[in-house]
Design a protein around this ligand. Sequence first.
Ligand code: PLP
Length: 463
Amino acid sequence: MTTLDTAADGAPAATGGAAAGGPGLAQERRLVTPIPGPRSQELLDRKAAAVAAGVGHAAPIAAVAAGGGVVVDADGNSLIDLGSGIAVTSVGNAHPKVVEAVQRQAASFTHTCFMVSPYEGYVAVAEALNRLTPGDFPKKSALFNSGAEAVENAVKIARKATGRQAVVAFDHAYHGRTNLTMALTAKSMPYKSGFGPFASEVYRAPMSYPYRDGLTGPAAAAKALSLIEKQVGADNLAAVIIEPIQGEGGFIVPAEGFLAAISEWCTANGVVLIADEVQSGFARTGAMFASEHFGLVPDLVTTAKGIAGGLPLAAVTGRAEIMDAAHVGGLGGTYGGNPIACAAALASIDAFETEGLVERAAELGEILLGRMRALQAEDPRVGDVRGLGAMVAIELVDPATHAPAPALAGAVAKRCIAQGVVVLTCGTYGNVLRFLPPLSIGDALLHEGLDVVAAALAAEAAA
Ligand SMILES: *Cc1c(COP(=O)(O)O)cnc(C)c1O
């Protein structure tokens, strides 16, 4: 893996304008001003004046270039990237294959609308998704622009295929910010509060959460399925939607046997099982899809985020007979499967398959889990360490009561960013620090980033 471990150095620091990014950027943490520096602050002031307040930001910087494992800001600071723009730039920012494919496609044509004049890139992405997603039955795909749009369409398809209306989602679930996906998402603040009324016929079941429910997978599934049978009824239920590893909800990995039991019940009752792999898909967890870790073969899979190296693209893929249930003209959208996004997806999929990125995610996971378990051993505020591959999180708690410690998580993340490491929080209780490095990060840089996390946690104890 030397090409990934030792990114080329010597590239000049970007200091504004159209800076060259990609793996050629100097792979270093470099602070030349406080965060935010004056140029970043200037942009943040313009943002505050021009951009709706509801659109927040985690790192107070003005990004001008990114690649390998770093994000460079307008002041010349180089920050270690442990977020990948929320699990999107898994192949690495400005990956050379993606850049080349995007440039070539943009010069050829930028849009025809696939529903007006179809083109090959869209079909090739569908073929790749049909091949790569779990299950060796005939599959079909449809392409969209965002994860939320993919989830909305998966539900539409499941309803049409079953002739039923109800949908079950789980505690701690995150499925997006559009109206139906807000209804599916569990957490009120900030995702739903004040934005109702929400779509109807959405029901919530308890999720397996080993750290907090203490249940085995089968016991947690029995609890969920009993609730579904009593409060919804299988005859009314079109789909069960679940993230095989929950993302925004706190990187919750269900106990062994939970997903299998839910899946079996869905099959027995004619309910479409939708795996939302928007965050966990595309090599992120050390498998092409997280479902594979659990032997889960969903009927439909939703994908987005890591699919296209940063370009907006999303998909629903699944059993051909279910996907074909919607009538002609019932699915689509003006931009869905944009040719430039498809070119980027094909280049990204090529990178995942030929550059050993699935294996690299597993290696990064060993580093992440090893470091975080060592931290947990010496700091009881690290209540839980969980995740798979390059999707790892720590849950911070009060050592005495295990009550969530969101203020601590927020303070540690803030301190990390000030020290040049982009770390994101998540979790229903806001007390989870999550690590989602680009798979193009080198070992040394990852270790340095985690050193900063450990120091920030220690500093918060002293504070
Ligand atoms: C991010 C996310 C979504 C929504 O994707 P957008 O592209 O932001 O609409 C849906 N499901 C999961 C699991 C996600 O992580």
